[in-house]
Design a protein around this ligand. Structure first.
Ligand SMILES: Cc1cc2nc3c(=O)[nH]c(=O)nc-3n(C[C@H](O)[C@H](O)[C@H](O)COP(=O)(O)O)c2cc1C
Length: 192
C-alpha cells in the first residue's frame, strides 16, 4: 500500500554544499542544498538561491562563486552558515572555516572542504515558482590530494565523506556503502 502525501517540497537524497562569493574581506558563504549539475558542454551547475540572501548580492557583484563540498566533520559549521546572514555576521570568523585562493575565479574556496568547484555565473533564471535559479559554468575544480582515487585523476566520494541532507526531517547524514557499479549492474537484466 502507498500513502498519498500530496505535493511535497522534498527530494531524497540531497547534497549539502557551501557556496562562497565576494572577494577579499567581503567574501562570505551560505549553505545550499538545492543544487544540481546542469550541463556538460561546458560543464555547469545550478543553484536555487533565496532573493534576500547576502551571498546572492555578492554573486551578482562579482559574477563568480565557488561551490565547496564539505565532509561530515564540519556539519556544525555547515549548519551555522545556513542559520545566520553574512549581512550582520562574520561567518568566517564565527565558523572557524578558512579561505584559500581559487585558481581561476576571484572568490576563494573553503580550505576545510576537500572538493571545490570554481564557477562563473552564466545565467540567472526567474522560475515560474518565484524562485531564482543561478546557472554557473564550472571553470575549474580542485581537490585535496587526500581524497583522490588511486590514479589521482578524480576524487573518491568515500574519502570526501560528503554530507547528505534529509529534507523533511531536517537532518544531516553520512553516505552508506557502495552497492554496485553504475552503467554496469543493470546489464544483468538484458535479455538479448
Ligand atoms: C540545511 C540548510 C539548507 C539550505 N539550503 C538553501 C538553499 O538551497 N538555497 C538557499 O537559498 N538557502 C538555503 N538555506 C538558507 C541559507 O543558507 C541561509 O538563509 C543563510 O543564512 C543565508 O546567508 P546569507 O544571507 O549570508 O547569504 C539553507 C539553510 C540550511 C540550514
Amino acid at each position: 500500500m502507498k500513502k498519498q502525501l500530496g505535493p511535497q517540497r522534498r527530494m531524497y537524497p540531497m547534497p549539502a554544499v557551501l557556496v562562497v562569493s565576494g572577494t577579499g574581506d567581503r567574501a562570505s558563504m551560505l549553505t545550499v542544498v538545492w543544487v544540481t549539475l546542469a550541463g556538460s558542454k561546458p560543464p555547469a551547475l545550478a543553484l536555487v538561491v533565496g532573493r534576500r540572501h547576502h551571498t546572492l548580492e555578492l554573486i551578482r557583484e562579482c559574477g563568480e562563486f565557488t561551490v565547496n563540498i564539505p565532509s561530515t566533520a564540519i556539519a556544525t559549521q555547515v549548519d551555522y552558515c545556513g542559520m545566520v546572514s553574512g549581512r550582520d555576521h562574520d561567518k568566517v570568523a564565527e565558523s572557524g572555516l578558512t579561505f584559500a585562493p581559487s585558481n581561476t575565479v576571484g572568490p576563494p574556496v573553503i580550505q576545510e572542504c576537500p572538493y571545490n568547484i570554481e564557477c562563473r555565473l552564466m545565467q540567472e533564471i526567474e522560475l515560474p515558482t518565484g524562485s531564482l535559479m543561478l546557472i554557473g559554468e564550472i571553470v575549474d575544480t580542485q581537490a585535496d590530494e587526500s581524497v583522490l582515487n588511486a590514479d589521482g585523476t578524480a576524487a573518491d566520494v568515500a574519502l570526501i565523506d560528503p554530507i547528505v541532507y534529509a529534507s523533511g526531517n531536517r537532518e544531516y547524514w553520512s553516505m552508506g556503502e557502495k552497492i554496485a557499479d553504475a552503467y554496469s549492474v543493470g546489464a544483468e537484466l538484458k535479455r538479448d
